[in-house]
Write a protein of this length. Structure first.
Lengths: 247, 310
């Protein structure tokens, strides 16, 4: 396995009580690629995102961004350095308006620049008309879109999306897919968790599969889909009950 | 004329009336206004950290007491003028608040509130037992003086400064980020906001004005003791006044402090024996009937826009 990449994790471990949520995971993700992270519910995907962005501290292992060790960094420093994320369960600033949600995180030098970018992004995700509403008063799908637009305000080079398509209507999901592709051609790197397999398999260049906190497969979408261990993890050929569906 | 212009005219009339007031009102009324200014200053300062960032402090009297003792000691031992002495107390409170905030603001919700309550109790004990410096429970006597007018304007200016600053903050990007971290600290931090630095800055700013008016208070009353400047009701008062008016807004603490001071005064005059009980009962009633304060009530009625914070 090649170990160069814009983001690299080395032997990451995180235990919660007796449970190994992430159990010795190592991989690197390539710049300007869209990498998927899939796995059954409870396999450790979100924990892995939390470890990479310092929202949770690993018990062991290291995280590198552009070959700088960032394992002990505060999350805001990592975001400022160019890696930012969204959350599985939306975390919008409820008592700020949609528009203020965008401006609060702006890092643009000039105010006018930040406003122009906020407007452009809100139009892209169809939230411009809702800009003066409190984020708390928008629907779950709209909050997902707001989180997506808001993380882009940081102009990050690496973007981690935790279930961006969940709860978003199919038309808007396609808008997001097109936007992700466009940003990729501009050089951005994406690392995406989602259960929407049809979208993920066509969108992503590479798929990593987690099960019980361990990396069980890593490859092109077509290969991973037919991997015996992946099918077992999802459909449980040797297990009593299936834990999740792949489609 | 539009609404904003009417607002400015109303403000100009109020300011003009308050400037003239001490020259035409009896001394008793001037004193009443002076203390009202002090409570507006306290509530507005408290609101900068607790309203904007959501870290509710139940011990802001700590800073009032630090300011009062610092100013009193500088006046007594160093012969300082009351104004630089009070400013020095305010500066000391900020210097104290920086490392303190760095440690305590890691605690969330009730833990932070209780730690601040504990802090003011601890400071009161220190003031009581550090007898060589503070004369303990005997308190400190300052030289008496005649005119309330000087102190009236000092309190008035402190109040004006904290109101203007509150407004500057909430309309700035710094203020937006304070509210963002109040709404979701993990998200704010993950989106590049240095939440620790923002919280500590707000905390230090909110320590300045209580300490400043604490110094004025010591000079005005010519006497302080540990209980009078660290008393929990002072801390709780800032919470109640701000909640009553509308937490997290510029206008809320002003409305709350003015209204509750006026009501308290009326009860005091009309029901001297029952005034504490009647006042307490009113507060319970108000919190039950309008939990978001006066500002929320005005928003629900459509009198103020829903996203009004100034």
């Amino acid at each position: 396995m090649t170990m160069n990449g814009i983001v690299r994790v080395e032997n990451l471990r995180k235990h919660y009580g007796g449970l190994a949520a992430v159990n010795g995971v190592s991989f690197a993700i390539a710049e300007s690629k869209i990498t998927a992270l899939i796995g059954p519910n409870g396999s450790g995907k979100t924990t892995l995102f939390n470890l990479i962005t310092s929202v949770a501290r690993p018990d062991a292992g290291a995280v590198f961004l552009n070959e700088h060790a960032i394992t002990q960094w505060a999350p805001h420093r990592i975001a400022a350095r160019g890696m930012a994320r969204t959350f599985q369960i939306t975390r919008v600033f409820g008592q700020l308006t949609v528009w203020e949600n965008m401006l609060a995180v702006a890092r643009q030098r000039r105010d006018a620049e930040a406003r122009a970018r906020a407007q452009e992004l809100l139009r892209l995700v169809n939230l411009w008309e809702l800009r003066d509403q409190f984020a708390a008063d928008t629907s779950y799908g709209q909050q997902k879109l707001l989180e997506f637009a808001r993380v882009l305000m940081l102009e990050p080079r690496v973007i981690l999306l935790d279930e961006p398509f969940a709860g978003v209507n199919p038309t808007l999901a396609q808008t997001m897919v097109a936007l992700i592709r466009r940003l990729q051609t501009e050089g951005k790197t994406f690392f995406i968790i989602d259960h929407a397999m049809t979208i993920m398999m066509s969108l992503c260049d590479r798929v990593l599969v987690l099960d019980y906190g361990e990396l069980i497969a890593d490859g092109a979408p077509a290969d991973v889909q037919n991997d015996a261990r992946v099918l077992e993890a999802y459909f449980g050929s040797h297990r009593e009950k299936p834990r999740a569906t792949i489609g | 004329m539009n609404r904003a212009q009417w607002g400015w005219i109303a403000l100009a009339v109020i300011v003009a009336a308050l400037v003239i007031a001490p020259f035409v009102l009896p001394a008793y009324r001037t004193t009443f206004l002076l203390f009202m200014f002090m409570y507006v200053t306290l509530a507005s300062s408290w609101n900068i950290v607790s309203g904007y960032t959501g870290y509710v402090s139940f011990g802001h009297a700590s800073f009032f007491g630090i300011g009062a003792y610092t100013a009193a000691l500088l006046i007594l031992r160093a012969g300082a003028h009351w104004l630089p002495a009070s400013l020095a107390g305010a500066a000391l409170a900020v210097v104290f608040a920086l490392p303190l905030g760095f440690i305590l603001l890691r605690l969330r919700g009730p833990y932070f509130a209780i730690s601040m309550l504990g802090l003011s109790a601890a400071l009161e004990m220190i003031a009581l037992s550090w007898t060589p410096l503070t004369r303990g429970g005997a308190g400190l006597n300052l030289p008496p003086h005649q005119s309330a007018i000087e102190m009236y304007f000092a309190m008035g200016l402190a109040m004006t400064a904290v109101i203007i600053l509150s407004r500057k903050i909430i309309t700035s990007k710094f203020g937006l980020r304070l509210v963002a971290l109040r709404e979701d600290e993990i998200a704010a931090e993950s989106l590049g906001i240095n939440t620790t630095a923002h919280k500590v800055a707000a905390f230090a700013i909110s320590a300045f004005f209580p300490a400043l008016v604490g110094g004025f208070y010591a000079w005005y009353l010519s006497y302080i003791d540990p209980n009078s400047v660290f008393r929990p009701i002072l801390s709780v008062g800032m919470v109640i006044m701000t909640m009553f008016g509308g937490i997290g807004t510029v206008l809320g603490p002003i409305i709350g402090a003015v209204f509750l001071n006026v009501i308290s005064e009326i009860f005091w005059v009309q029901l001297p024996e029952l005034h504490q009980a009647a006042f307490g009962g009113l507060i319970v009633l108000v919190i039950l009937v309008m939990p978001g304060g006066v500002i929320r009530l005005l928003k629900d009625r459509g009198i103020l826009p829903a996203n009004w914070r100034t």
